[in-house]
Design a protein around this ligand. Sequence first.
Ligand code: NAP
Length: 646
Amino acid sequence: MTPQSTNPWSDDALLRALEQAELPSLLVALCQLTGDTSLIDPALRPDIVPSAGAIPPQGGMTAEQQLKAREISFCALRRYRDNGFSVAAEPDQELLQRLMSFIAAEADDTYLPLLSHELNIPEGVSDPDWNLAELAPGRQFRVAVIGAGMSGVAAAFRLKQAGVDFVVFEKNPSVGGTWYENSYPGCRLDTHNFAYSYSFAQKRDWPYHYSQRDDIFGYFSSVAEKKGLLDSIRFETTVLSAAYRATDSLWALRYRTADGEVLEYFNAVISAVGQLNNPMIPDFVGANKFTGEAWHTAAWRHDVDLKGKRVAVIGAGASAFQVIPAIASEVDHLTVFQRNAPWMYPTPNYLEAIPLELSWLFDVIPFYARWFRFFQFWTAVEGRRRFVTVDPEWSKAGSVSAQNEHMRKNLTSYLEEQFAERPDLLTKVIPTYPPGAKRLLRDDGTWARTLKRPNVALETEAIAEFYEHGIRTADGVEHEVDVIIYGTGFTASDFLSSVSVTGVAGRDLHEYWADDARAYLGISIPGFPNLFCLYGPNTNLVVNGSIVLFSELAVNYVLDAISGLLRRDEAAIDCRQDIYDAYNRQIDEGNGLMAWGASEVSSWYKNKFGRVSQNWPFPLIDYWSATSSVDREAYDSVPLRVEREA
Ligand code: NAP
């Protein structure tokens, strides 16, 4: 190494780093850093064509644009270095809008507040603008949050900011929820990592584009620690029931600790129990006859060595899709029991680490990681929706519109390339349902390499039953195995199933829902005043945006609801039945027009009635608008100290 190359700020080193740079967001960051608006020359604006597959490299910038972008970025970096690393003043609103529109050119003005929230510029833009001590001095208001996963941590953070007294109840010994529980080999994000993080706790040093489980889990743990939330979390404490007492509008929470059961009262309850926390183990005939080991991906048995064993994995969804390649080389033989094949986005960098030079740039260029996160967020926002929206006139099987058919063709070609020399496998790996009807996965070629291994078999015959030594399929074949791994997913539509919840006049939540959970905005349910759900019914996202954003928006909405109560001297708010019903009709109509609602294929997006109870069907901006403030007309008010009939 030459002495010069040891200086990361030397001209040579800068040029090398720029080879690895993500350019659209770099130009914007450098413009903010230096105040030089020539960096966001419209001629360099990436024409981000939402594609059926992955986002094209550099957002689709041409080679010429990239060359020019590197040239002017190099000059800007040198100026920044030579001027003693001085940073321009915070951008005014006009400049901020120009910066955002460089990346999100097609966003109209309605998106700007959402984009500003995602960027967290100005710093703290979505912080509560109120504080309990000032807003309602002397008022006691305690909130119980159930769960310290991704949503619960976000709720705790905002409640703390607003000075609201709260307790988080967490059944596990740690925060992280699903990222704590799922530790199967190969577990990692399959959505882009930067966008899968809180706007209020952005991280510059993600090691991978799609980080591994330990990094994500570590992130949530460190947010909880750094934001001072740990003292407010009661770990290894399981909430058993929540009952609303109308006489004083308090919720009685019964929970179990190591020392026994406790009853405690709160003014509001926030459910942050998640959707993917209860493993689903199908009721296979003869399951109890199997004499080997069997476990679910979400409860990985790290004590069992798979080396040299014959293993069956049931399922080919997101979890199995990650486990299978991770264990294939270790086991003696692996049989994959696949009912439906997954569609997958070709994603060449899916397993790649972020290059060191790019990590360095994220570290030393102020705002760069933030704008890169924003770029990742934006490119996944509304663009892909069009590919999975139903055209009612479309009648071709296996797709729901011309655009969906186009997507199907692209994704099929990818599979055809990968399995060209294995026609026996190709017929099994091409899904029969429309892309977007089930979750799309990500692949860099690993799936095909794994299924083509000599010690791996892809079995598509239905499972008839388990027997003593393995699995018998419907064709009568016996598959002898030592271990069975259930990659069979979660009982996602059984919302809040682990807690008994009673509302006004003894209304039982689970009876009221009757296995068909709904909530106004995914948050409120009539007859359950001051019970708020995060990542509740119909708030899961399939192709647009990030669920972290949705949880943040729901949290902000709940904070707005609480501040409204305090301002008006109310005890509680209770969602109106007619509003709830009308809202859910819209949701159902919306989902009927999306691939996941129109298709009859099985998926965790639907409940046992076939109703899509998980997914949000509309553009992201609609949820932003609907949750940006509480529409008081949607709620009945419960006054303070006025008795209600219980
Ligand atoms: P899943 O997507 O629901 O997949 C379950 C799999 O088990 C499917 O292949 C399903 O087949 C199969 N299955 C279920 N019951 C069966 C039965 N009785 N017989 C045979 N096969 C059966 O569950 P998952 O893979 O755990 O993923 C759930 C969700 O968790 C994902 O969609 C994602 O949102 C999240 N997740 C995220 C990540 C990530 O970001 N890294 C990783 C893992 C999971 P069918 O398709 O035929 O129903």
